[in-house]
Every structure is written in structure tokens, then in C-alpha cells.
Design a binder for this molecule. Structure first.
Ligand code: 13P
Length: 247
């Protein structure tokens, strides 16, 4: 199989270092040696160190939820790619819809973050997705195209191979309303087509495209059976060991 499935947990603003380490330890005990599926957990910055230590020696990888494009300097409250690397972080979520809508992350800023991550050997999990109004207006594919193309400006073919894209329809995040498999597969295939145009077919075939938005053990098998759905970016169901392990 060309693309190994990837299940990533986005813990959002949840878990203290102690709670995060306890959850990570449970995941390691149950799944820390398996290599069939790539697993990444993305705790808040404050828990990265403790969770990273709990994951040490396992196959489960550590991701962050954001970064600042600059390496250091007067950016109060921000965290840079080299700082994340120093904690053995391998992945970083960029352009999550909550950052776009609540914290003003623009496509241009998302692009700077993607470039900074790649420059520092962090694998970006670039999030794209339409709002409910955009879906109802029939502009889903246009919105996704703009976010993807703008977010990936200046990314080379070689760098693109390490990329992960997450399609997260905003209306499905935390709402219990999961996209239908047809809705999701349509957008995933479209994203793969855009990646083919940007980076060539062999590169596009290597990029994992995750679905995110109310993915749960009950609805995951059907979604993950789709040709272009290579895994999931999981919010709520990643906060408990049982549901995350089931995924
Ligand atoms: P939920 O799984 O809670 O809908 O969240 C999805 C998400 O935003 C992952 O990044």
C-alpha cells in the first residue's frame, strides 16, 4: 500500500501535562508498538514535554497545534519551530479552522507557518475546509482550492512529499454532524487533483489527506474505506484512550 493510514489526535485546549502524560501512557501500552497505522498526538504546548517523555520509545509521534513562522524574537506568547523540534515534535497542525476564525490566521500567514515548519523538518498537517454558508452557497471546492494553493506557495516538490493535508468541513467540527462519505471523498479526490497539478502525480499519491470533523469509531470505517481518505484528524474522540484506540 502506497500510503500508510495516519490517525492524529488534536487535543485542542485540553489536558494538563499530568493528564496528557497519563493518556499518552495508556496509548503506548495499548498501541505503542504497532506499525500498521501511523499515530500522532497533538497536545497543547504546555503538555508537549510531558507527553513526549511518555511516548518515548514507542511508535506514536508527537505533534503541536500551531507555531510562529519566526525562529525567535519579540513575539510574546508565541512558540517557534526550533522550540518544537527541541521537544522532539515531528508534526504540527497549521491553519486549523479555529485558528483561522478565532485568531485571525490568514492564508498568507498559514503559508509562512508551513514554510517555517518544512524548513525545520516538521511535517505540516495543513487544514482546509469550508463553512456551512460556503457549502450551501456551492463554493466548497473553490474555498478549498484557495486555502490549499495559498497555503502551499513556495513549497517544493521534495518538501511536498512529507506534507499531510486535513480536510475539515467547519460545520462538522465538534457538532456531531459528520460529512457523508460521498461528500468527503469528493473533496479529498479534488485535493489530490490539485496536489497533482502543483507537485506532479507521484508526489500527490504520497501525500496523506486526512478527514476531520466528528470522526468517531462508529463512522470511521466507512470514511477510511474511501480511496482518497488516508486517515483522520480527531478532536473530541482523541481525548479518551478507548475511543482513540478504537479509531
Ligand atoms: P471533532 O473530532 O471534535 O469534531 O474535531 C475535529 C477537529 O477539529 C480536529 O482538528
Amino acid at each position: 500500500m502506497l500510503r500508510k493510514k495516519l490517525i492524529a489526535g488534536n487535543w485542542k485546549m485540553n489536558k494538563t501535562p499530568a493528564d496528557g502524560a497519563a493518556l499518552a501512557a495508556e496509548l503506548v501500552t495499548a498501541a505503542g508498538k504497532q506499525t500498521d497505522v501511523e499515530v500522532v498526538v497533538c497536545p497543547p504546548f504546555t503538555a508537549l514535554d510531558a507527553v513526549g517523555k511518555a511516548l518515548d520509545g514507542s511508535t506514536i509521534k508527537l505533534g503541536a497545534q500551531n507555531l510562529h513562522p519566526e525562529a525567535s524574537g519579540a513575539f510574546t506568547g508565541e512558540v517557534s519551530a526550533p522550540m518544537l523540534r527541541a521537544l522532539f515534535t515531528t508534526h504540527v497542525i497549521i491553519g486549523h479552522s479555529e485558528r483561522r476564525s478565532l485568531f485571525g490566521d490568514t492564508d498568507a500567514f498559514v503559508n509562512l507557518k508551513v514554510l517555517a515548519a518544512l524548513k525545520n523538518q516538521l511535517k505540516p498537517i495543513l487544514c482546509v475546509g469550508e463553512s456551512l454558508a460556503e457549502r450551501e452557497a456551492g463554493t466548497t471546492l473553490k474555498v478549498v482550492q484557495t486555502q490549499l494553493e495559498a497555503g502551499l506557495q513556495g513549497v517544493s516538490k521534495e518538501q511536498a512529499a512529507t506534507l499531510v493535508v486535513a480536510y475539515e468541513p467547519v460545520w462538522a467540527i465538534g457538532t456531531g454532524k459528520v460529512a457523508t462519505t460521498d461528500q468527503a471523498q469528493e473533496v479529498h479526490a479534488y485535493i489530490r487533483g490539485l496536489l497533482t497539478k502543483l507537485f506532479t502525480e507521484p508526489v500527490a499519491q504520497r501525500v496523506r489527506i486526512l478527514y476531520g470533523g466528528s470522526m468517531k469509531p462508529a463512522n470511521a470505517p466507512e470514511l477510511l474505506a474511501q480511496k482518497d481518505i488516508d486517515g483522520g484528524l480527531i478532536g473530541g474522540a482523541a481525548l479518551e484512550a478507548r475511543s482513540f484506540l478504537d479509531l
